[in-house]
Design a protein around this ligand. Structure first.
Ligand code: C2E
Ligand code: MG
Ligand code: MG
Ligand code: MG
Length: 277
């Protein structure tokens, strides 16, 4: 029992829970406290064109945990996605991103940024109103914001999804399909949704030069994007061979360690201003 454990709070969770469940329970509990306590960090990763010029970037959240150190999203996003906690988390990320974009815009060098929006959050009835309010409050031009959604979003209630996306799209907000090709939905949705961009998942990108199957998959995605007039972002580009494979086939935007890792937003911005001046 917790009392006998002499201050070890974790013992409280022992009754009837597996170790993994306990860990998730604790993570959720600590995140619920950690978000309002200011423990989230906005990291940013560059997206560059074939010439190596910065064209956009992606906001990727991290959690500065008081005991466990800086945690990658894989550790806590799946936990957050099981409850409305993901909404609170993405409110934080979106607000930070919008502030940063507004600041860069005011300084005369606007920046494009993508943020990840989970299905639960996007499906929430007040999502559009909330985002439009936020953009107004922060003074953003919506055209600099891209929302990354996944194929999982498309599975049910496509009419409502289309209506919401159209509403935001008319204001200038862009949409991207993240991890394209890893979901299970039919391709038919691609022509119904106001999408601007496909992101090729890193598993395909990384093996494309060496594995003919992955190579063929990447070529198929490039071809779909070409025919539907969509931009393509390749995730996880780590080697010159991978970059070359893509560049020799299409006009692709690169996001990967070869061009820059995710780094704290202030460091990313400082570096950007150095190259601009
Ligand atoms: P994602 O949206 O597909 O983001 C791309 C992931 O690939 C990032 O992992 C990025 O750091 C990683 N990556 C980029 N280039 C390379 C590379 O060259 N090599 C390798 N090995 N990896 C590379 P990260 O930052 O760990 O984020 C993982 C996932 O967490 C993201 O995948 C996204 O699904 C999720 N995530 C992050 N922030 C948020 C958020 O605010 N909301 C939601 N719902 N999910 C988020
Ligand atoms: Mg993403
Ligand atoms: Mg992705
Ligand atoms: Mg991915």
């Amino acid at each position: 029992r917790a009392k006998d454990a002499g201050g070890n709070q974790c013992a409280f969770f022992d009754i009837g829970m597996g170790e993994l469940t306990q860990q998730r329970f604790l993570t959720e509990h600590e995140l619920r406290i950690g978000i309002p306590a200011g423990e989230l960090r906005l990291f940013v990763q560059p997206q560059v064109n074939a010439a190596g010029t910065l064209v956009s970037c992606e906001a990727l959240v991290r959690w500065q945990h008081p005991r466990r150190g800086l945690l990658p999203p894989g550790v806590f996003i799946p936990v957050a996605e099981e409850s409305d906690l993901i909404i609170e988390l993405e409110h934080w990320v979106t607000r930070e991103a919008c502030r940063l974009l507004a600041q860069e815009e005011m300084a005369g060098n606007p920046l494009h940024m993508s943020i990840n929006i989970s299905p639960r959050h996007f499906r929430q009835s007040g999502f559009c109103d909330w985002l439009i309010d936020l953009l107004q409050q922060e003074g953003n031009d919506p055209a600099y914001l891209t929302l990354e959604i996944t194929e999982g979003m498309v599975i049910d209630n496509i009419d409502e999804l289309v209506a919401k996306m159209n509403r935001l799209s008319k204001l200038g907000i862009h949409f991207s399909i993240d991890d394209f090709g890893t979901g299970y939905s039919s391709l038919a949705y691609l022509k119904r949704l106001p999408i601007d961009e496909l992101k090729i998942d890193k598993t395909f990108v990384q093996d494309a030069p060496t594995d003919p199957d992955d190579g063929a998959l990447v070529e198929t995605i490039l071809s779909i994007a070409h025919h539907l007039h969509l931009k393509v972002v390749a995730e996880g580009v780590e080697t010159p061979e991978q970059a070359m494979f893509l560049n020799s086939r299409a006009d692709v935007i690169h996001q990967g360690y070869l061009f820059g890792r995710p780094e704290p937003a202030d460091i990313f911005l400082a570096r950007r201003w150095q190259t601009l001046s």
